[in-house]
Design a protein around this ligand. Sequence first.
Ligand SMILES: Nc1ncnc2c1ncn2[C@@H]1O[C@H](COP(=O)(O)OP(=O)(O)O)[C@@H](O)[C@H]1O
Ligand SMILES: [Mg+2]
Length: 396
Amino acid sequence: MRLILYLGKGGVGKTTTAAATAVRAAQLKHRTLVVSTDVAHSLADALDQEVGPMPTQVGDNLWAQEINVLDEVRQHWGELQGFVSTMLRRKGVNEVAAEELAVIPGMEEVVSLLHIRKQAKEGNFDAVVVDAAPTGETVRLLTMPETFTWYASRVMQWETSTMKVARPLVRALVPASDVFDALPRFVEQVDALRQTLSNPDVSSYRLVVNPERMVIKEAQRAATYLSLYGYPIDGVVLNRVLPSEASGSAFLEQMQQVQAQYREQVHEIFTPLPIWEAPFYAREIKGIKDLGEVGAALFEDRNPLDVFFRGKTMDINKVGENYELRLPLPHVEVNKVNMTKRGDQLFIEIGNFRREMILPTLLADRPATKASFRNGELVVQFGAPEPPKVTQEQPA
Ligand SMILES: Nc1ncnc2c1ncn2[C@@H]1O[C@H](COP(=O)(O)OP(=O)(O)O)[C@@H](O)[C@H]1O
Ligand SMILES: [Mg+2]
């Protein structure tokens, strides 16, 4: 089974790309499900067909589904929430606070991911392509299994110590009889989910960008966080590239020039990941036939379900009190490394190679002390965080 997730800023073409990938995979005879987790569903529009909250067949080997996360949470995990809030109340937390606390952070996100995983298994799909919500939300979604497990393990500790005494009482208060087993079972599932999501043979994350500054920035940020959490990225989709024949006006030619510059930047930033390009279509893209065309433009004769890149695009390790950032740069010649850091932005220059990257919060407030290039890998060291500057006002 393959799980492919498309990430990117709103409007870049995630839905189009996800649907195009699914159509292409289905044409190659793979049983494929394309799932939307965005609240603003547009899968039905892209496919030009009705899509329900359960997998709906929309073509040969092709199914589509628009998940409503909140409904899912209410349906399946309402009982668990009731259980947690009851426990908290028994511990003396007042009712309103208990209700509030019982909404375990990330519950909705975790549930929607669990649902996708379950569906993929039960529906016997060869591939599930996820048309995700805009980047920020999706990154939050992907970091949730960890947050959730942390939180849930605290709650489970209460159960073993304090809750033993309260068990009969809680059981009487909570109607569902097996609710005591619900949390550990849930935690187990979330753990398995986290393993699926970080298994490079199963899951691949692909960034969708346009040749535009802000869009590229956001994708860089997403790449940083995905790498940090160990989620494997295997490619970048560069969507809406003006075709070379689109000329004849000063306006279009200027746009092409601007695009050419950002296109080059995309290649610089995201090496060694493969970059797949789709042209800017003058007409509206609607329906399976059009999507097949986009899929063919992106993947040509390749199978979109292949794993196109293996290995980390970035690695951060703690070394003593300090941190070390490693960036594999296989196509770069050994040369002098120049580095400038400004807040969470790091600018690296090795000969003709330039790279600007966005650092995770963890490294943003630490000074970059040393950069070296060995074995096709750039290693940047970060020291202890700088103390905040205190400016003393002189009495006048
Ligand atoms: N390469 C392209 N050329 C022309 N129009 C496109 C292209 N890619 C996407 N679109 C159109 O742009 C709009 C937004 O695309 P969509 O895939 O819904 O973006 P997202 O899911 O990232 O918000 C849609 O109307 C879609 O048909
Ligand atoms: Mg969309």
